[in-house]
Design a protein around this ligand. Structure first.
Ligand code: UTP
Ligand code: MG
Length: 646
């Protein structure tokens, strides 16, 4: 290719990049909303008697690297240290919940290095992160903004890199990547490293100390945050590279030039043509594999400390790909994914006692689409992945952060398909679909209702149409395989849902992929088999008529039976006679049940009952078979206590 062609290509790329940055910079509406939100929170702070504190913006709304998807970071600064940050945020949350100040999705994120409240501004739909006393955040935003002020190319390159990283889902420490702020440090460091540099080292240029007290994680550190601010007085950079050269240069630098094994990204110390030895940064232990991106003020913070092997590889691969596209084609739009991801993930660590139905129930109201649940035997503190169909459902679901599911206080983190893919390399997962779960629950509720209908009559103890959703048979999950990018391989055969009794067999699920040919009796008994089973049961005394190998047979399901004490008002408690009757009832139910059956004192009985497919209707619905219905009827007819069964 001729020099003329190259020059033309560079020209076009420069134009494309300028246009891209310009389009993303038109955030006047968002800025107006940001000012309104700041005023509103300021007013609330005063109402709460925090008059000496001032609400300030920080993060990308003040550091120059704002994009169309940036959240608004605000903090309450000033003399608020007599009260803990969490206590102040609690008071804010209580007021925001009780008064309509135009915010929704109020989410507490208190178990973090910087505790914060996440809010959605109803009017602008802008996300707001509100924290208290994070003066370091204010200072580092000011530092980045000063670099942008010194040379516009810092701002342009920063915005381009951030958009690129976000679009490729490379942002987020919980998925083993870097956060937005870290990418901006990478940009400044690269611009400092060029010869001649595009930006100077502002921290090295300042002499006057500016100490800031930092209380992250409840500790107390004093950090030097000095940097030179009067950039208008500095001579302009000698570097004449255009943004069309700097952008591929950035990707080249980090994929080819920078030695991640020995050097640190350290804007505090960097000078053109020099390296910062990562082992010289003595505050943090490190090794060859670990990337090192030092925070310019909080020297205990390596922003790459949570980068995983897979995360680093993805970042490097995407950078190398962007470099190759820019070098060969010179077209920026080809460096970005053609269409944005349509699945929205969140993940949380769960305790051993949390089961798939627990999570499905907890997130049903937030339109959870799928749950990817780790097979619990393989991981001690496993992570579950929640999949939503849109960003707003996921955001609403985030409000459950730090609430309890069973015994587990959940910490919800945004994740991505890649986060799930990486987790799959470490442990097998099962996938549950909310739609199947709901359908299965409806079917079982309807069946119990039908049973009630067929067993009704004078003096008959009714079944109420109620199935405890926590106990009923889960739809069989689909094993999830490590993905062949971007979608995973076809689902593997259903596996036992974790959390159910060890060998509880799967009930047939209408509309789902049937399980592979079982080694045990099939779901729908053959005519002869059914006849044989009928005879077997008929000829045995009731107490011995327990279904054959109930825990092995497919077509068995667990019903959760609760004994309710709907006694007459004048007889509010269990009499010894009632207790006796309960015991008897329990003993009777043993014929259906197995060792999991609970003692009657708990008023709860688990029944392992044979379910067959409703062959008559052809619907494929599971129903109680005739024998079981008949036996239940007999037992309940003979039971004299004022105790009903639901
Ligand atoms: P954000 O993650 O919101 O990043 O952190 P951002 O720079 O505003 O970028 P976008 O546009 O929203 O994606 C907000 C600010 O919190 C401080 C930085 O000041 C950052 O700009 N911060 C964040 C830290 O000091 N350390 C961190 O590890 C992360
Ligand atoms: Mg932000």
């Amino acid at each position: 290719m001729s020099a003329l062609d190259d020059a033309q290509k560079l020209n076009q790329l420069n134009q494309e990049l300028k246009e891209f940055v310009r389009a993303g910079s038109d955030t006047r509406d968002r800025e107006k909303s940001a000012r309104r939100i700041k005023l509103c929170l300021d007013g609330l702070a005063r109402n709460l008697g925090l008059g000496t504190g001032a609400v300030n913006m920080f993060g990308s709304f003040s550091n120059g690297f704002k994009t169309g998807t940036s959240d608004l970071d605000v903090l309450l600064a000033g003399n608020v240290h007599n009260e803990s940050a969490i206590s102040i945020l609690q008071r804010f949350a209580a007021n925001l919940e009780s008064m309509d100040l135009g915010f929704t999705n109020i989410t507490k994120i208190f178990q973090a290095s910087v505790p914060l409240l996440k809010l959605t501004d109803k009017d602008s739909e802008m996300e707001v992160d509100f924290c208290v006393g994070n003066e370091l955040g204010l200072r580092n935003s000011f530092l980045l903004n000063t670099y942008c002020k010194y040379d516009m190319r810092a701002l342009e390159l920063g915005r381009l890199v951030k958009e690129w990283a976000k679009k490729h889902e490379l942002v987020g420490t919980t998925d083993g990547c870097l956060n937005s702020y870290a990418y901006m440090l990478l940009v400044v460091f690269y611009l400092q490293s060029l010869q001649p540099p595009v930006v100077p080292n502002l921290q090295l240029m300042e002499c006057e100390s500016y100490l800031v007290n930092d209380r992250k994680w409840g500790g107390e550190d004093m950090w030097e945050t000095k940097f030179f601010t009067d950039v208008d007085s500095l001579p302009k950079s000698q570097n004449t590279m255009t943004i069309g050269e700097l952008l591929p240069g950035f990707f080249h630098f980090y994929t080819r030039d920078f030695d991640w094994r020995h050097h640190a990204v350290c804007i505090r110390k960097q000078e053109p043509g020099k390296h910062v030895d990562k082992y010289s940064l003595l505050l943090l232990p490190t090794n060859e594999d670990q990337w090192y991106v030092e925070d310019p003020f909080d020297l205990k913070h390596n922003l790459a400390g949570k980068c995983s092997r897979a995360g680093k590889k993805r970042i490097m691969d995407e950078m190398a790909n962007a470099l190759s596209v820019l070098q060969k084609q010179g077209v920026w739009s080809k460096c970005l994914p053609a269409k944005p991801s349509s699945d929205f993930y969140m993940k949380c660590r769960i305790s051993q006692s949390v089961t798939p139905p627990d999570i499905l129930e907890a997130f049903e109201e937030f339109d959870l689409v799928k749950l990817h649940f780790p097979k619990s035997e393989t991981s001690r503190m496993p992570q579950a992945f929640l999949q939503f169909g849109d960003a707003s459902s996921r955001r609403r679901a985030h409000t459950k952060n730090e609430t309890y599911i069973v015994d587990c206080k959940v910490q919800l983190h945004y994740s991505s398909f890649h986060g799930l893919a990486e987790a799959l390399t470490q442990c097998p997962f099962s996938t549950y679909e909310m739609a199947s779960y709901k359908m299965q629950r409806q079917v079982l509720e309807a069946r119990v209702g039908k049973l009630q209908g067929t067993m009704g009559g004078p003096g008959f103890m009714p079944f109420e149409n109620k199935v405890d959703p926590m106990r009923f048979q889960m739809p069989p999950p689909v094993d999830v395989r490590p993905p062949a990018h971007p979608f995973w391989a076809p689902p593997a055969p259903p596996a036992r849902p974790p959390g159910l009794p060890a060998a509880a067999p799967a009930a047939p699920i209408p509309g789902r992929i049937p399980p592979p040919a079982p080694a045990v009796p099939p779901q729908v008994r053959g005519k002869n088999e059914k006849e044989e089973h009928r005879r077997e049961i008929k000829n045995k005394p009731l107490a011995a008529a327990r279904p054959k190998a109930p825990r092995e047979a497919t077509g068995q399901a667990w019903l959760y039976v609760e004994l309710t004490d709907n006694f007459p008002k004048d007889k509010p408690k269990f009499s010894p006679e009632d207790a006796q009757n309960l015991k008897k009832l329990h003993a009777h139910f043993q014929q259906f049940s197995s060792s999991e059956s609970k003692p009657p004192a708990e008023k709860t009985i688990y029944l392992s009952v044979p379910l067959t497919v409703d062959a008559k209707s052809g619907s494929g619905d599971p129903i109680l078979d005739d024998e079981t219905q008949q036996k239940l009827r007999e037992i309940l007819q003979g039971f004299p206590s004022p105790v009903s069964v639901t």
